[in-house]
Design a binder for this molecule. Sequence first.
Ligand code: GLN
Length: 209
Amino acid sequence: MVNALRDILKMEADLVSADTTTLTGYDAVILPGGFSYGDYLRSGAIARFAPVMTAVKAFAAAGKPVMGICNGFQILTEAGLLPGALQANRSSKFICKTSELIVKNNQTQFSSAYASQAHIQLPIAHGEGNYYCDDETLTTLQEHQQIVFEYVDNPNGSTANIAGVMNQAGNVLGMMPHPERAVEAILGSTDGLGIFQSLIAANKEVTHA
Ligand SMILES: NC(=O)CC[C@H](N)C(=O)O
């Protein structure tokens, strides 16, 4: 993630410790993928208690952009910042492959660089990527256009093919596929760039002459 932000997108990015208690001064927070606390109990279930999560909640409550990728998405759902939960894949196996997605909603600060209903290729790499929410939550997600990305072939059993959702306010996004692993041709796809470009464009400081 840091490589994608710094070397490809030419943004300033700091790695922030889980013990950090303030995020003052940052324009955006990204919770990257990984295996926080070894995925014990359930992915993200322990990380949600990390001190930094209090600061992430305050950051999100202030309307600033927060994006969780893969384990980051799992942490955001466990922390209650996004609806639903990530369960073990339907196959019970870890899946590592390229997945095809549909940009379901391009009217968001995370997806405006894509055409409506665009098909994009992003890698997935997870054991617990099976998005679950109850029917009532799904209806709410649909009514408020909160489903941002959908799988074409639903590799993990996710409810309604959901690959990425945002909160109702539109400033918190979680997604299981990895855009940061699709930012240069040598990685096999540059389709992930649009997510970062959307976020950067939406949050650019406007300088007045
Ligand atoms: N790539 C990742 O972030 C791994 C996600 C998570 N720990 C899982 O296996 O479900």
